[in-house]
Each structure stands twice: as structure tokens, then as C-alpha cells.
Design a protein. Structure first.
Lengths: 319, 231
């Protein structure tokens, strides 16, 4: 079963303990190795940190833009112009019904009388209106859609749905330019993804190269340990953990860099928000973002060192 | 314990290091391997430990055919063999203790057990007081003794030594050979390759002579011959 150094006659719990011990020991000793070569470790970590900070920062920027656009989205309104002869009770009833709709946060009812009053007050056509025998304006329901982010498709779907209602004569979505903004953001998001993939590849290669050099430097040690009968897994472990540490520390540095960038931008961002009458607060990576950047860093580090180990470790044999 | 059946080792250059060698070493037996430089002594030892692979023939260790042993199984073979080389093969960035404990760490023993056995092995070679020292601060003889301690710490059934007294003075050389004899007395199968014929002859053990990769004589001491006849 377990073809390792640990005798196959020993019970499972003992073997697990032994494995656990070795992993813990290797985890710590590989970190110690990084510490003992501070200059080169710092340089490698710095490169990885910068490589991870760039896509991380860009994603964060996108998230903030999205939140702002979402704010705009939430000021989108659907105006439902009802049939002229709709009785007031029906208007009220429709309003209440729509308020309970899952995609609707609020409905403002403007009765025909109110509409006329507003129109008279705001348009300057007051005199002309007096000449008309009847109120030409229909009752209006102003529907605020409940949409969390950029789902313009959902908004359009809602508009289409409301248009079909028997009482509704005309349904109008006020913010069609929002779709353009979202289209631009989609492009930006694609671009950032491409950058992220390229930089991820770069991190992989950097760690791979560093570990390759490490393997070369420890050639003699590897030969001796193979002579004594260490399994490939035992020999691999410190290098794999070393790569993981590089990635993890790189991720940590990236997190710090993003944090520093946010501090720098907080002032101007707030000023801009004020100018736009926006209550938007600069979004940080948060718990989820932090976890993501650290784990992606660690995973890339591990993958990079795995590539190096696979290629170079088996080439070293005792002579 | 160790059996060579018509084994040949030819290097890519065409050089035959070992030529149709057949040999048998019984469990718990101790023997010396002699011959001129280039006779094939090191190659023989390397073939046992699967550091080299034979081009022809078969090698059996403890009844198992290791001729075409897969890479994955080699570590488990090597863990049964204690190896001592002329160039000590110690790790210079670690203390004596860490060097000797290495086979036990690989075997996954708990820390207390590692401590116990390592110190026992160091005591056996007389270096318990130097456990924290770095190899570079030790003399040649001391380094060789560390190497021996490491080879025996996990109590392997086989002990192989390639010119273990090569760099050492006569007194020290004899001490080292006595150590090997002591290990032999507790049941370890020991094979020592050595040039030092006058030293070897002082021990009453089988002498296997090689010349140009061929077995010339595998002389069993008179006492053994008598024992064998008696059986």
C-alpha cells in the first residue's frame, strides 16, 4: 500500500503520525531555508509579489467600477405609462402587486391628476392645458428594479415583462447608456483576465527557475540522501514546500502592495465620489480577496516547483 | 544473502568493469574484497546497492532478484544496506548528530527513538562527545567513523564498505576494521573492499580476489572449510 520508507508492517496510525511529522518538519525547515538566504529570497518574493499585485489590483479596480455602475443601475427607472382610462383603484392595485414582484424594489404611483399638476408646474404649458377638456396624461407607475449588479439583461427582461401587462400602454427604460458602460467593462474584464493569466504563467516560471537552481545547489545532498534510501517523495518535499512558501509570501506581498495602493487612492477617490454625489466607499479585497490572493500565490508556487522538481530531480543519482 | 549469477557490467565506452562474475555471500558472513585498482571492486559494491545496473546476469539479495529492480523499489533496497565510502559522503551543513540520524529520519521514526539510536551508534564509534560538531571540524578518521555510524544506525542486514581505510593511518585502519568485525558479530553480512592486504590478512575472514572484473579466487579460511566439511 504505502510504498515508502515507513515499514509496511507498522500500523496505519503510526505511519500517519510519521508522515505528518515529516510534513510538519519539512514545512518549517523549508521556510528556514528561505530565511537563511534573505537577499535572494526577498528578490524572488518581490518579483512574485509584483506579478500578483498587478492583476489583483486591476480586478479590484474593476470591482469598484462595477459597484459604482451598479449604483447607477440602481437609479435606473422603468416608467410604465398606463392606459388613459385606468381607474385609480386599479392603478393602486397594480402598484401594490408590482411592489411584491421579486425584481422590483419600489413603485412610485403618479396618478393622472398628480401628473397633470406636475406637468402644469414644471413645463410652462399651464395655460394651454386649461384649454383641454380632459386630462390628457395617463397615470404612471415608476418602477425601481432590484438589481444587484450589471445585469442589464435582467432589466430588459423585466421591461419586456411589464410591457405585456394589460394595463400598461408604454414601458420605457430610462438608462440605455448604462448598457454601453457595461459593455466597456466586459472588455476591460477580459483584458485583465488575459493579463492575469500571463502574469500567473510568469510566477510559475519564476518559481520553477528558482527551485531548479536550488536543486542544482543541493546536488550533493540529494545524491547522499538517495544513497541512504530516501524515496523520491521524501526528497521532493522540501523543494515543493519551498516553492509553496515563495508563492505564499509573494501573495502576502501583493496583498500589502494593493493595500498601500488603496491608501494612496482613498483620498482622491473620496473626492471624486463627493463630486458625483455618490456614497460609494472604496472597496478593498476583503476576506475573500485576501484568501484568494494568498491561496493562488501558494498554488502557483507549488505548481512551479512541481514542474522544476519533475524535470530535474530524477536526473540526479548517486555515482 | 548476496548472490551474483554470471554478472557482467559493461560501460557504454565498451569497458568491462565486471566480467561474468558469480559469487555467493551467505547471511551473516563477512568477507574482504581485494584486487588491484580498477579490478572491479567498487563496481561490484555499486551493483549490490543498485547504483549501477548489470548488463548481463542476475543479482539476488536476500532471495529477491534485484537485477531489474524498478526505480521505485530501489530506496527500499538501499535502506537494507549500510554504505561506507572512501569519501565519507557526509552532509557538511549539518551536525554529526543530524548526519547519523538521517536514515532514521527517512524511516519516519519518532524523535525520541531517533535520539536514542543515533546516540547509541555514535557511542559505538566513540564519537558521542562530538555530536554537535560540524563534519568539517573533524579529522579524516572521525569523519569516517561518522559515516560508519550512519551506515549502521538503522541496523541494516548488509554492510558494504569501499576502501574505508583509504585515507587513514595504520592504527586507525585497524580500529575501523575491528568495528566492522563487531558488527559482523551481531549478525550483519559484511563486505569490505580494501587494498590493505596486510591488514586484511590479520582477520580470519574469507578473501575474494578480483582481477580485471573476473573472480580469481574466493578463498575461504581454513576454519570455514573445516566447518563446511563438517556439515
Amino acid at each position: 500500500m504505502v510504498r515508502g520508507a515507513i515499514l509496511s508492517r507498522t500500523p496505519l496510525t503510526v505511519r500517519l503520525h510519521a508522515h505528518g511529522r515529516d510534513h510538519a518538519r519539512t514545512l518549517i525547515s523549508s521556510l528556514g531555508r528561505l530565511y537563511r538566504a534573505p537577499v535572494s529570497s526577498t528578490m524572488t518574493t518581490a518579483v512574485i509579489g509584483i506579478a500578483l499585485a498587478l492583476p489583483g489590483g486591476l480586478y479590484l479596480l474593476l470591482a469598484n467600477l462595477q459597484a459604482v455602475a451598479g449604483g447607477w443601475q440602481s437609479s435606473a427607472r422603468i416608467s410604465l405609462f398606463l392606459e388613459l382610462d385606468t381607474p385609480p383603484q386599479s392603478v393602486k392595485a397594480l402598484g401594490s402587486r408590482l411592489r411584491r414582484h421579486e425584481d422590483v424594489t419600489d413603485v412610485q404611483i403618479i396618478s393622472a391628476k398628480q401628473a397633470l399638476h406636475e406637468f402644469r408646474a414644471n413645463s410652462g404649458f399651464g395655460g394651454a392645458l386649461n384649454a383641454l377638456p380632459e386630462n390628457p396624461l395617463p397615470p404612471v407607475l415608476v418602477v425601481s428594479p432590484a438589481l444587484s449588479s450589471s445585469q442589464t439583461k435582467q432589466t430588459s427582461a423585466l421591461v419586456a415583462e411589464l410591457k405585456e401587462l394589460p394595463e400598461v400602454d408604454l414601458a420605457q427604460l430610462d438608462m440605455q447608456w448604462l448598457e454601453r458602460v457595461h459593455a466597456m467593462m466586459d472588455i476591460a474584464r477580459r483584458g485583465v483576465t488575459v493579463i492575469a493569466l500571463l502574469l500567473g504563467l510568469a510566477v510559475l516560471l519564476i518559481v520553477g527557475n528558482t527551485i531548479r537552481l536550488d536543486i542544482q545547489n543541493r546536488r550533493e545532498e540529494i545524491e547522499v540522501v538517495k544513497l541512504i534510501g530516501a524515496t523520491d517523495a521524501f526528497i521532493r518535499r522540501p523543494f515543493l514546500y519551498g516553492g509553496m512558501w515563495y508563492g505564499l509570501l509573494g501573495g502576502l506581498l501583493a496583498w500589502l502592495l494593493i493595500g498601500a495602493a488603496m491608501l494612496l487612492m482613498a483620498g482622491p477617490a473620496q473626492h471624486l465620489a463627493l463630486l458625483y454625489d455618490s456614497k460609494h466607499q472604496l472597496l478593498g479585497p476583503g476576506f475573500k480577496g485576501t484568501f484568494l490572493i494568498l491561496s493562488i500565490g501558494a498554488a502557483l508556487g507549488l505548481a512551479g516547483s512541481w514542474l522544476a522538481v519533475r524535470r530535474h530531480l530524477s536526473a540526479i543519482e548517486p555515482r | 544473502m548476496i548472490r551474483f549469477k554470471d554478472v557482467s557490467k559493461r560501460y557504454p565506452t565498451g569497458y568491462d568493469a565486471v566480467n561474468r562474475l558469480s559469487l555467493e555471500l551467505e547471511r551473516g558472513e563477512m568477507a574482504f574484497l581485494t584486487g588491484h585498482s580498477g579490478a572491479g571492486k567498487s563496481t561490484l559494491l555499486k551493483l549490490i546497492a543498485a547504483i549501477e545496473r548489470p548488463t548481463r546476469g542476475q543479482i539476488l539479495i536476500d532471495g529477491h532478484n534485484v537485477t531489474n529492480l524498478s526505480r521505485r523499489r530501489i530506496p527500499s533496497l538501499r535502506r537494507k544496506i549500510g554504505l561506507v565510502f572512501q569519501n565519507y559522503q557526509l552532509l557538511h551543513d549539518r551536525s554529526v548528530f543530524d548526519n547519523v540520524a538521517l536514515p532514521l529520519v527517512i524511516a519516519g521514526l519518532p524523535p525520541q527513538e531517533i535520539g536514542k539510536r543515533t546516540r547509541a551508534a555514535l557511542h559505538k564509534v566513540g564519537l558521542l562527545k562530538r555530536e554537535k560538531a560540524l563534519p568539517i571540524t573533524l579529522s579524516g578518521g572521525e569523519q569516517q567513523r561518522v559515516s560508519i555510524a550512519r551506515a549502521v544506525v538503522n541496523r541494516p542486514p548488509i554492510l558494504l564498505a569501499d576502501e574505508p581505510t583509504g585515507n587513514l593511518d595504520p592504527e586507525l585502519s585497524e580500529e575501523i576494521m575491528h568495528l566492522f568485525e563487531q558488527f559482523h558479530q551481531v549478525g550483519v553480512t559484511v563486505l569490505v573492499a580494501s587494498h590493505a592486504l596486510n591488514l586484511i590478512s590479520r582477520f580470519n575472514k574469507r578473501i575474494i580476489r578480483l582481477e580485471h572484473g573476473k573472480l580469481i579466487e574466493s578463498n575461504i579460511t581454513k576454519r570455514r572449510r573445516a566447518e563446511r566439511r563438517a556439515r
